[in-house]
Design a protein around this ligand. Structure first.
Ligand code: IVH
Length: 690
């Protein structure tokens, strides 16, 4: 930004001509960027630059309040609240649309149109039907002077101060040639991304969340305090005009929208002129496919006879035009009854309440159950067995219960409670402090979690059982050969050789790998147990703090929290895990079957020999793999980093070292060759073991 701009000068009583010019310039520039951003959907500058322009203008207006114009882009923050909205009479009523729910009804519509017009072919403007709130925006001499809701079609509410806060609505029309009075009609809506973010924000603050984007848009627009509206992610599309005076518009609906776009208004995306019923139906199909990818909700498409002269010829029936029809998609929300609330246990032990529903056709399929996400969600929505609920299924998304219809609750229902025991294995259900998800704590035992637990146990950085891949684990569990991780060590070559894609040789290899894995470290073993929140680093910290498994299994929360990096949540998970009799039994069996490690006989609190040191490994070592080298360094307290910097304490250099070696020389960092490294391990590991 130009630092010698007028905004950074000292304040004057009256703005100079230069300052006035700069304010004008800024306003135009900001409006132009709004246009690129909202209407053309093609921003030309980064957000940060836009913010700078805005701040410069705000600063000018702060120093010289007389510079503020009602249509300045700074004036969107929201005016003072009102007691009630005024009413606005619509000079031309805001009509609604007839609906078509089938191909047949669209063909009937087209037939009526052609018959009445006495023509064979008709051009239709086809548009998405946005699920928002109809509003009318009145521009006089190109300035936005009034915004009103549709209301009953004849009178609506005056929401001028609220619509002014919506960035996609221009406060002044661009270009020239606009009619003296131009009433633009369209939809205020909330983009899905904004809706999700708003609901997250609302629930974080303990405020009410919205059932769908339409409700959120309505609730946000009809705020008596426009400052609240200003904070809501509302947007706008126009789909027609009302009163036009003192000027002329083109003779086709599609051309009118194109003209409105030039004047700075946003028009629907995917707008198209199509021919006859066939064109309409093809458009419907296409929008149906696009629908799941749009960032706003549409509940159908609208076909409008494109030529205004033909529209006039067709006229109106009661409250809807004969020249337009809405072709609706199957509803995405329906009402049904909750028959039961079940609790499912996922692969990772997460408990999810699921509503069993009276079958209902919604979003194009019959739905019999819907997720309730978690305990807090059920409580917030207060869903109970027997309730009538709104079920929603959008696109391929899992059906969900949106809300309860309070008035239809039968007597004698009771609030939902999460079970205290896992419905699959009977272990305690734990919900760690601050977490939304309740989990089964029988990780080593619970059938729902078996496969994941075993895969993790066998993985390279856990027990490192070579050759025991995911596919094999699935087979072993599905065939009933393995129910928990201890069963792995009872597998025989014969059993394994019978499995798919296994031969004698690989069976023998696997048995050998299992045997080899029995000799491990306490840290790896702890990590392998798959205790929630206990990753490798925590496992290492626990191993070196407690030195042996028994001490850790006995530790209470306070003792656990004395370990670096272990907070109340991790401590709660560890406690819950070892409290389960089943988990303890599996551990006991593992040890009886020969899983062992060298106990680290260390008194807690004595630092490890390489504590605080940063090591880097480069090149290949003969005596061990990179992983093993890393493990052994870490067991001595070192941190192993991937890159060399001035903070690196030592670089271990194997054969064919890479650029890390060069960097170490450059920065004068001490290096160790393999021999030196082995000596270092030898010296310290001896000291560190019993
Ligand atoms: S044209 C006389 N076009 O749907 C025709 N309406 O069910 C006036 N709507 O009140 C409406 N998208 O709020 C039109 N592309 C679109 C629309 C649309 C959504 C709403 C509008 C109207 C309602 C009628």
């Amino acid at each position: 930004m130009n630092t010698s701009s007028p905004a950074s000068r000292k304040s004057h009583r009256k703005p100079s001509e230069e300052v006035e010019r700069r304010a004008r310039e800024l306003r135009e520039e900001i409006e132009t960027h709004n246009y690129y951003y909202y209407v053309l959907d093609a921003p030309r500058i980064p957000d940060a630059e836009y913010d700078r322009l805005m701040r410069e203008l705000q600063e000018l207006e702060r120093r010289y309040p007389e510079l503020i114009t009602p249509d300045s882009p700074t004036q969107r923050v929201g005016a003072a609240p009102v007691e009630a909205f005024g009413t606005v009479r619509h000079e031309l009523p805001m009509l609604s649309l007839d609906n078509a729910f089938s191909e047949e009804e669209v063909r009937d519509f087209h037939r009526r149109v052609t018959e009445q017009l006495g023509v064979r072919h008709v051009d239709y403007a086809a548009e998405p039907k946005l699920d928002g709130l109809a509003v009318s925006l009145r521009y006089e001499e190109g300035r936005l002077v009034q915004g009103a809701t549709r209301g009953d079609g004849y009178t609506g509410e005056d929401v001028t101060q609220n619509v002014r806060t919506i960035a996609a609505i221009p406060l002044r029309l661009r270009g020239r040639g606009h009619p003296r009075v131009l009433e633009v009609r369209g939809e205020v809506y909330m983009p899905l991304s904004g809706f999700r973010e708003l609901n997250r924000r609302q629930s974080r603050r303990g405020e009410k969340t919205f059932a769908n984007p339409r409700n959120a848009a309505a609730g946000s627009l009809r705020q008596l305090d426009p400052r609240i509206t200003a904070q809501r992610p509302l947007s706008f599309f126009c789909h027609g005009v009302g009163v036009v005076a003192g000027g002329r518009l083109p003779g086709r609906h599609s051309e009118i929208l194109a003209q409105l776009r030039e004047w700075g208004l946003r028009i629907p995306e995917h707008l198209r002129v199509v021919r006859d019923a066939e064109g309409c139906l093809a458009y419907y199909e296409e929008m149906g496919r696009l629908r799941p990818r749009l960032d706003y909700e549409i509940d159908g498409v609208v076909y409008k006879v494109d030529r205004l002269s033909q529209q006039e010829q067709l006229g109106y029936v009661s409250r809807a035009p004969r020249w337009a029809i809405a072709h609706k998609f199957p509803a995405q929300e329906e009402l049904t009854r909750v028959l039961a609330i079940d609790v499912q246990v996922g692969r990772t032990g997460a408990l999810t309440p699921v509503a069993r529903l009276e079958p209902v056709y919604v979003g194009g399929v019959t739905v019999t159950s819907a997720t309730l996400h978690n305990e807090d969600e059920v409580r917030r929505k207060d869903v109970r067995v027997g309730d009538t609920v709104i079920v929603r299924r959008a696109g391929d998304v899992i059906p969900e219960v949106v809300a309860v219809v309070g008035e239809r609750r039968p007597p004698g229902t009771c609030p939902f409670r999460m079970p205290r025991k896992c419905p699959v294995c009977g272990s305690d259900v734990v919900r760690a402090p601050g977490e939304a998800i309740a989990r089964c704590s029988g990780g080593l035992f619970c059938p729902a979690q078996r496969k994941e637990a075993i895969k993790h146990f066998a993985s390279r950085r856990a027990m490192d059982i070579e050759g025991l891949g995911d596919k094999l684990v699935e087979q072993l569990v599905d065939k009933g050969l393995v129910r928990d991780v201890a069963d792995l060590y009872m597998l025989t070559e014969d059993q394994l050789a019978d499995l798919e894609r296994m031969g004698r040789k690989s069976a023998a290899n696997l048995v050998a790998a299992l045997e080899k894995s029995k000799s491990t470290t306490l840290a790896r073993f702890l990590y392998a147990l798959g205790i929630r929140e206990v990753g490798e680093a925590t496992a290492r910290a626990l191993a070196s703090h407690f030195g042996n498994l028994e001490a850790l299994m006995e530790a209470d929360e306070a003792e656990l929290e004395a370990v670096p990096d272990v907070g109340p949540v991790v401590a709660a998970h560890i406690r819950a895990f070892f409290r389960q009799r089943h988990n303890r039994q599996v551990i006991q069996r593992l040890r009886r079957l020969g899983v062992h490690w060298t106990e680290q006989q260390r008194s807690p609190g004595v630092p490890l020999p390489l504590a605080g040191k940063i090591y880097v490994l480069t090149g290949a070592l003969q005596a061990m793999t990179r992983d093993e080298a890393k493990d052994r360094l870490e067991a001595l307290g070192a941190r192993v980093s991937n890159s060399v910097s001035r903070r690196t304490d030592c670089v271990v250099v194997g054969a064919d070292p890479g650029s890390k070696y060069r960097k170490a020389l450059e920065l004068n960092i001490p290096t160790l060759d393999e021999q030196g490294f082995l000596e270092l391990l030898h010296r310290f590991e001896g000291r560190n073991r019993a």
